[in-house]
Write a protein that binds this ligand. Structure first.
Ligand code: FES
Length: 109
């Protein structure tokens, strides 16, 4: 008999109270590294790879609703993943987030 593990379709990030504004957390979603950013009270999740030269976005400066790649300075819009400044031109993949009972999740696609 084969037993299949239940697939919840979401990855737990942590308690919302433990993730203050400005925090960045990395989680694995279907084997993909994703950075979860809390900005102005909202949670945003983006693939943790700059579309310019694949540098991690984790730890990049966040302001004006954008995260900046620390390598060459490309900025990506948190809400859409769109590249807003060169040298990046392609959007970074985004994921949906969910807060339920005070816990934060990234939804798997
Ligand atoms: S690797 Fe991110 S801007 Fe170049």
């Amino acid at each position: 008999m084969t037993v299949f593990a239940e697939h919840s379709g979401r990855v737990h990030v942590g308690a919302a109270d433990a993730l203050p504004d400005g925090s960045q957390t990395e989680v694995l979603v279907d084997g993909v590294h994703v950075v979860v950013v809390r900005y102005e009270g909202e949670f945003y999740a983006l693939r943790n790879n700059c579309t310019h030269k694949d540098f991690p976005l984790l730890g990049g400066d966040v302001s004006m609703g954008r995260i900046t790649c620390a390598k060459h300075g490309a900025k990506f819009e948190l809400a859409t993943g769109k590249a807003k400044t060169l040298p990046a031109v392609k959007a970074v993949k985004i994921y949906k987030t969910l807060v339920e009972d005070g816990e934060v999740y990234v939804l798997e696609l």
